[in-house]
Design a binder for this molecule. Structure first.
Ligand code: GLU
Length: 431
């Protein structure tokens, strides 16, 4: 049965599934689950269009007195299950269609772990390393003010993502609050603890990666305490996940980031590496490791590969070379659909982003709830709730994958799309 509707006005070509970018990849992922949606497939077109997308001009005065203009975005992909929710990234390659894809993956992720949110994402096309602290603050504040017309604690709640952190969230919270004339802590999550942030939020994404990663390893009979791990990206996600795996006895043998790739067969000294990254901003230059080429990273002998950087890293060009038996997607969208198929054929288990890295937004949800009630929980309580939610989501996805004989990604999409479209159906169309 086909649900294509000739009256649906087609989107422009650069937003179609065959366009090789994150949004095209997302559309292909949705197409794969439509046959499993039953009567809800009637609503599937909803998933293929963002509800709302805003492009803003962000002009600021630079320290040298000149004026610079940056392009900023906020996309609310879906709000059927609740307000929009998702991070803000500052990166020189950010585009509208990338932010659209990231917002859509947030809809799927939030539904997969069953937190009461839709999906949203934002970004500014900028290399923040080129800005002074003052310039970064002015850019963040002007961007927040510009997107202020669509965000809010019950509308759309930003959070950290690539190259944004607690300080950026503090400026966003303050700017929104100044414009509203009242302090509104619940407008962003990932804030500093002293401004209504949550204990455990900073480590939550990495902790979630570790928690469901261990579950997945157990299900394929892999012992994490003896596993060799390769990690791409050693920031808030890859760095924390690497630390937790190393604490569990695993050997982190290779790490790649924007500065280069390092290798140590006996296992890198992860605490020392984290201390190095905190100062140098990259793993490059770490003394107690060998340097290997960026391309050789894909050939590293390992049991678990954790891509925790950017999109489209595992492609048809390198998927055939990967030695790991388990890929845990800390990043959003690191694997292309072609590479997904290659990995599946090679019997390499992929734990998809929309479940693997959902720990961040799960604790963001806890933060938001705490802000509303102005009552704050202990770190143990937060971590225990996080682990419970992640394990439950993993168990549900694993079961669905067995039942339909599909990949964990398709199973997660089936579970999430059904939840979103069921909400859509219950709410109905307005008017
Ligand atoms: N940026 C993170 C993600 O991609 C966290 C989003 C949030 O906490 O809202 O999941």
């Amino acid at each position: 049965m086909s649900y294509s509707n000739p009256y649906n006005h087609p989107l422009p070509s650069y937003l179609q599934a065959d366009h090789l970018g994150p949004w095209g990849i997302y559309l292909q992922q949705v197409d794969r689950v439509i046959p499993y949606l039953g009567h809800l497939a009637r609503w599937a077109e909803t998933l293929k269009r963002p509800k709302r997308a805003l492009i803003v001009d962000v002009p600021i005065q630079l320290d040298n007195g000149t004026v610079a203009h940056f392009e900023g975005y906020r996309v609310q992909h879906n709000t059927s299950r609740g307000p929009g929710k998702g991070g803000v990234r500052f990166h020189q390659d950010v585009t509208l269609s990338e932010v659209m894809a990231l917002s859509a993956w947030m809809s799927i992720k939030n539904a997969a772990v069953n937190v009461p949110y839709g999906g949203a994402k934002g970004g500014i096309r900028v290399d923040p390393k080129t800005l002074s602290r003052g310039e970064l603050e002015r850019m963040t504040r002007r961007y927040t003010s510009e997107i202020g017309i669509i965000i809010g604690p019950t509308k759309d709640i930003p959070a950290p993502d690539v190259n944004t952190n607690e300080q950026v969230m503090a400026w966003m919270m303050d700017t929104y609050s100044m414009n509203e004339g009242a302090t509104s802590t619940g407008v962003v999550t990932g804030k500093p603890i002293d401004l209504g942030g949550s204990l455990g939020r900073r480590e939550a994404t990495g902790r979630g990666v570790f928690t469901v990663g261990v579950e997945a390893a157990n299900h394929i009979g892999m012992d994490v305490s003896t596993a060799r791990i390769a990690v791409q990206g050693f920031g808030n996600v890859g760095g924390i996940a690497g630390k937790l795996f190393a604490q569990a006895g695993a050997r982190v043998v290779a790490v790649q980031d924007h500065g280069g790739t390092i290798y140590q067969e006996a296992g890198l000294d992860v605490p020392a590496l984290l201390a190095h990254v905190a100062v140098a901003g990259t793993v490059a230059g770490f003394a107690k490791a060998e340097v290997i080429s960026n391309d050789a990273f894909w050939d590293v002998d390992c049991d678990i590969l954790i891509p925790a950087a950017l999109e489209q890293q595992i492609t048809a060009a390198n998927a055939g070379r990967i030695k790991a038996r388990l890929v845990i997607e800390g990043a959003n969208g690191p694997t292309t659909p072609e590479a997904d198929d290659i990995l599946q054929e090679r019997n390499i288990l992929v734990l998809p982003d929309v479940i693997a890295n959902a720990g961040g937004v799960t604790v963001s949800y806890f933060e938001w709830v705490q802000d509303f009630s102005s009552f704050f929980w202990s770190e143990d309580e937060i971590n225990a709730r996080l682990v419970r939610i992640m394990k439950e989501a993993f168990a549900g996805v694993w079961h669905l994958a067995q039942e339909h004989k599909v990949s964990l990604r398709t199973a997660t999409f089936i579970m999430a799309c059904k939840r979103i479209l069921h909400a859509r159906e219950l709410r109905g169309l307005y008017p």
